[in-house]
Design a protein. Sequence first.
Length: 285
Amino acid sequence: MDASLPRRLVTEAVGTGLLILFGPGSVVAALAVGQGTLDYAGLGMIALSFGLVVALIIYAFGSTSGSHINPAVTLALASTRRFPWREVAPYVVAQLVGAVLGGLLIVAAFGRASVDVSNAGAVSFGAGVGYPRAILAEALATYLLMLTIMALAVDKRAPAGWAGLMIGLSVTCLVLVFGPLTGAAVNPARAFGPFAASALVGGDVPWSQLPAYVVGSVLGALVAAVSYDLLARPRAAEAVTGAEAEPAQGTQGDIVGRRAGEQDREPSAATSEAGGRRRHGERPR
């Protein structure tokens, strides 16, 4: 990827906004259909919506910004030297801004009832779930998400084209398992966006629970990224295959920035001439 930083930031904001609109938005829709109650079948529909929108965002914007759409993913990639630290703060800010805008779109679409019933599809601790269990649940769920990202989107040995689908399905899986405990945010932006949007229109937001979602998701992502490097050793494979390795899918490997307006260099005349001769069976001089 060689998109300029401003374009990548806009892409991250748009992608995160779509995640919130069609993720937490599905929570609001399920509660509206269920007249304020949510059963496991409804949770299944929510999990499917989350998985589909994540997959679509990756396929749409993965080649532009990497489609992190998650501060925990950005931090984990930077910690394993796959993303520049100087761009972490701009990425996280863009993700949070997009999340808030997505939350406001939910409120605009569903009205004040979306805030009164669920704080615009916000996450919250389940009955009997305290801080330690919430952090553990978020860490375990995020571990699965980040492990899938490392295996399918970062590792250059991954089969081409599967990253978006499998990462989306991992989100569906973790929501089905950990949704009853914490809502399975696995993403500080997903937790923050509906909270902030609801607070802006006067909702009663449980801000005291937000740190559990931040700590749990960041911890799970870091452990997953480091453990994948230690166990699967993708960098060793990169060293062996070198330039012939398949390009990573989804996030397209390491992100390389470029100054706005910078153009790719045209091949030299000598290079073009040599290439033409090779195509016609001649040896280059």
